[in-house]
Ligand binder design. Structure first.
Ligand code: SF4
Length: 459
């Protein structure tokens, strides 16, 4: 696959509109805080009836300093005692959650995200690990991944992470260029990042992911090439190259960035096209949207075998796991229900003090949601729809169900983003850069225009 930026730039103005990233459908914006508490009880009773395979996400919201581009739910503080208090509440939440699980349920994935999980001291990380192991049954082959801020991690952190079972680390890099780092208020010399990767491997955490961001202030193709070369020298298994989402109306800290330093839409797309071409030449598979993986990596294999899956944490190989999020703002999802915890720390603590699961928002998926979810996730993960498979799985004739949507796909087809065929449609290489736009055709909620302002642009 080789993209030409000049061919694609012409499409940018037409397709660069606000839209979801589709880590889920319906998106998190559709969760509502006016719900019947009975829904939560029903969900818990249902979960208790049979053993489930679980994926646990722990949100650690604290960060030592603010990165101006940040769109995460975080709390800036240098007071590490807050970590102890937070762990006390995570323990309460785990115990409440345990009561909702069948005793034979076991955990197949654990992920610490944030914020900055390594805000926690090595002792606090050990304590969290012990709490998890004493509360849940962990499968012996469980994947245990942690997001790491290389600016705040040393040997002791890594030894503690290894002791509690961590076997994959995601290093937040964003960009290795000093001018870009100054512009985003995140100074992180590359030598330091590389040293952390070496320490991780030395201590036996051998699966390494790296996160970069394109579309940041002061980035150029030349500077970004150097950043990618730097990271390639660390030989990561996976790259996430996220699009910088500039929505200062939703993320006020982004107002601190100098907007005149941001690349234009064309420049931003050129950065992505460059990264896709450069990394695929370097032997990485373009998984989709913003993810790349080595050819032998599980994600690349899942893409080839058609078993790739997408959830609130991005691309995944484990569709069968029930995702349960713990900590403030975390999202849980199963086939029928999405729930989100309180985003406000004191309210999160208050709910747990009153002995309740700290759920603030809920969405129960309708049948219509489930059908559209199937289509949108096939687009995001497989890049194609087969009408016979759709009929087998849903009992519905695609042409009848999505007559209007198919009409609306004719324009992207004429722009070379997909091929409409008798038995389905397939996204082209160019179309893979505009997956969100194609998925949006099937999104029932986008007609509610007031929601659009909360989304980043698709390029
Ligand atoms: S980018 Fe990461 S480290 Fe920086 S403020 Fe956001 S969550 Fe914290």
């Amino acid at each position: 696959m080789k993209f030409s930026a000049s061919n694609i730039i012409g499409l940018v103005h037409k397709y660069n509109v606000p839209g979801p990233r589709y880590t889920s459908y319906p998106t998190a914006l559709q969760l509502t805080d006016s719900f019947d508490q009975g829904l939560i009880e029903e969900n818990c009773s249902e979960r208790r009836t049979e053993p489930r395979q679980i994926s646990l996400y722990f949100h650690i919201p604290f960060c030592f300093s603010l990165c101006w581009y940040c769109g995460c739910t975080k709390i800036i503080t240098t007071n590490q005692d807050r970590g102890d208090i937070y762990l006390g509440y995570l323990e309460k939440e785990m115990l409440l959650l345990k009561e909702t699980l069948h005793p034979e349920s076991d955990v197949h994935q654990i992920h610490f995200g944030g914020g900055t999980p390594t805000f926690l001291s090595p002792e606090q990380l050990r304590k969290l690990g012990e709490l998890i192991r004493s509360t849940f049954t962990i499968h012996q082959d469980a994947e245990f991944s942690v997001e790491i801020d290389p600016r705040r991690v040393g040997d002791d952190h890594i030894i503690a992470l290894k002791e509690i079972g961590c076997n994959r680390a995601s290093l937040g890099v964003q960009d290795t260029n000093e001018e870009v780092q100054q512009a985003i208020h995140r100074i992180q010399p590359f030598g330091l990042t590389k040293n952390v990767a070496e320490l991780l491997r030395k201590h036996g955490i051998s699966h390494i992911n790296v996160d970069l961001i394109y579309g940041l202030p002061k980035q150029t193709i030349a500077s970004f090439k150097k950043s990618i070369d730097d990271v390639l020298s660390m030989d990561p298994d996976r790259f996430a190259i996220y699009s910088y989402a500039h929505i200062p109306s939703v993320m006020p800290s982004q107002k601190l960035l100098n907007e005149s330093d941001l690349p234009s839409t064309e420049e931003k797309l050129s950065l992505l096209v460059f990264a896709v071409n450069y990394l695929t030449r370097a032997g990485y598979t373009y998984i989709g949207m913003d993810h790349f993986a080595k050819e032998g990596d599980e994600l690349s294999i899942a893409l080839r075998e058609g078993t790739l899956h997408r959830n609130f944490q991005g691309y995944s190989t484990r569709a069968e796991l029930e995702m349960i999020g713990l900590g403030m703002s975390s999202i849980s999802q199963n086939e029928d229900l999405y729930t989100q915890n309180e985003k406000n720390l004191s309210s999160y603590y208050e709910l747990l003090d009153s002995g309740k699961l700290p759920v603030k928002k809920v969405l129960r998926l309708s049948n219509e949601d489930k059908i559209r979810k199937k289509v949108i996730m096939e687009i995001m993960c497989r890049g194609e729809i087969n009408y016979d498979s759709f009929l087998n799985e849903t009992g519905l004739i695609f042409h009848d169900k999505f007559h209007d949507e198919l009409e609306r796909l004719k324009e992207p087809e004429s722009d070379g983003l997909l091929h409409l065929m008798n038995n389905g449609f397939r996204i082209t290489s160019t179309g893979r850069l505009f997956l969100r736009n194609i998925a949006m055709v099937f999104d029932d909620y986008l007609t509610q225009k007031h929601h659009k302002s909360a989304y980043s642009k698709t390029v």
